[in-house]
Ligand binder design. Structure first.
Ligand code: SF4
Length: 261
């Protein structure tokens, strides 16, 4: 089923006044048929800074993720194709759609209009990120955009110097750039096995509302909704373990190289 809307809303998000823009998670292949009948296959990494999170990604789980639902999968791929192949058209369509009354504050239910950018995928390159910043700057008053992202370096360069007033974001752990997150000044999010683990690590749960990710305490945690094989600690802790094992390997290689000189 095709829909004219770029933004969607599930029942849970609806109760919180949130609309969602999404891309496919992680690495995907786009297959295009050429006019001469040949086929071109593009591999696109939509989450270039994903680290351990990719192993346990909820969007990719064959028993829990969107990939189980062909209609959702098709919509995610359609979104990615638009962004890659007709970016200016996508940007204009998104800007126009945001002017529709359905995105305005619902005064009756006291819901503010929130747009979550990505419930899968990420700000995968500079140009796409800059287009979103332009969309936010031109958006109708009263709308707030928010995002979880692992693109710490990109945000330091492109967003932090002049963030749109209507944009809130939180760095989420489990990515290759976790070491760039500064807990003394950044919001950060982590995924835990249990609520007890979450609390013990000093995080506060966003279970009551996803908006707590950007409007609640700065360290925001969520718990996994099902057993994930091989997930023995939080995303942040698993990434720390992986980063420190990689650093040790590099040191050993350097030491070996210097003794053989
Ligand atoms: S960044 Fe998010 S969507 Fe991408 S692989 Fe990691 S958890 Fe999945």
């Amino acid at each position: 089923m095709t829909t004219k809307w770029l933004l969607s809303q599930n029942e849970r998000m609806k109760k919180q006044g949130i609309f969602n823009w999404t891309l496919p998670a992680w690495a995907v292949q786009l297959t295009d048929e050429n006019p001469d009948g040949t086929v071109t296959v593009r591999t696109v990494n939509v989450c270039p800074s994903a680290g351990v999170c990719a192993k346990h990604c909820y969007a990719l789980g064959s028993d829990s993720g969107y990939i189980r639902f062909p209609a959702a999968r098709d919509r995610h791929l359609r979104n990615l194709r638009m962004v890659l192949d007709t970016p200016l058209r996508w940007q204009a369509q998104m800007s126009a759609e945001l002017r529709h009354p359905r995105y305005q504050r619902d005064a009756e239910k006291n819901l503010l209009g929130h747009i979550r950018i990505h419930d899968a995928g990420d700000f995968f390159d500079d140009s796409y990120t800059l287009m979103w910043l332009q969309i936010m700057r031109g958006a109708p008053k009263g709308l707030t955009f928010y995002a979880y992202t692992k693109e710490v370096d990109r945000f330091r360069r492109l967003v932090e110097p002049n963030p749109p007033a209507n944009f809130k974001y939180v760095f989420s752990r489990g990515g290759k750039q976790d070491s760039l997150i500064d807990p003394t000044r950044d919001r950060d999010a982590d995924v835990f096995l249990t609520l007890d683990d979450l609390k013990a690590a000093g995080y506060s749960s966003q279970a009551a509302s996803d908006l707590l990710a950007v409007h609640g305490p700065p360290r925001v945690g969520m718990t996994v909704n099902r057993h994930r094989k091989g997930m023995t600690a939080s995303f942040g802790e698993l990434q720390r373990q992986q980063d420190s094992a990689a650093a040790e390997r590099r040191q050993r290689q350097q030491a070996k190289a210097s003794t053989s000189d």
